[in-house]
Design a protein around this ligand. Structure first.
Ligand code: HEC
Length: 184
């Protein structure tokens, strides 16, 4: 055993005591690092939309408006009409989930239309998330629902109509937590 390791071993009890003391004092008094976030800073990242639609912003759009946006902002990765792109397929696959080759898409798999809005606003377009307006996200959500045969091209998606959309696979999900009013 090298001299260095002997010293370290000898010092270990003292070291543990120091750790213990610093841990207990830390819980009594915070390290006073950082600073409280402003209301504007919180608002900029506090935009979760729950399955119930709780958290959806104002605005709206339909698939006719979303189609052009999709071609410019999304098609390069997701393919024409959501199929055949280099990234996730976004349409079709209906009825395949119980077969040997399940094709999971928004239309065949996702239980809530509100999640489509939340996901697009939070994460897409992949290289520039957060750059779309709420109206654009509503229009793109409507477009993806439309190419999945869930809504008509002219149906406007907004705060009240989007949560009312019933997704084809919704009833095949078993909720781990009991939905309770507007909580989820
Ligand atoms: C640069 C390529 C790229 C672009 C452009 C892009 N996406 Fe995506 N998209 C991805 C990738 C990669 C994933 C998978 C991300 C993951 O699994 O975390 C994805 C996943 C998704 C999903 C989830 C699919 C699923 O079933 O899980 C949706 C919905 C989606 N994108 C919508 C859009 C929309 C709408 C646009 C246009 C505003 C867009 N994407 C633009 C690359 C892209």
């Amino acid at each position: 055993m090298s001299m260095f390791r002997v010293i370290v071993l000898r010092l270990q009890p003292l070291w543990c005591l120091l750790c213990f003391l610093s841990a207990t004092s830390a819980s009594a008094q915070s390290p006073q690092l950082g600073q409280p976030m402003t209301a504007a800073e919180v608002a900029a990242i506090d935009f979760t939309v729950l399955p119930s639609g709780n958290g959806l912003p104002e605005g709206g759009g339909n698939a006719q408006q979303g189609e052009g946006l999709y071609r410019v902002q999304c098609q390069a990765c997701h393919g024409e009409q959501g199929v055949g792109g280099i990234n996730d397929r976004l349409a079709g696959g209906h009825g395949t989930l119980t077969g040997p080759k399940p094709v999971k898409t928004i239309g065949s798999y996702w239980p809530q239309a509100t999640t489509v809005f939340d996901f697009i606003r939070r994460a897409m377009p992949y290289s520039a998330p957060g750059t779309l307006s709420n109206d654009e996200v509503y229009a793109l959500t409507a477009y993806l629902l439309h190419i999945n045969g869930v809504i008509e091209a002219s149906t406007v998606m907004n705060q009240s109509s989007l949560p009312a959309v019933v997704m084809p696979n919704r009833d095949r999900f078993i909720w781990a937590v009991q939905a309770n009013g507007d909580e989820y």
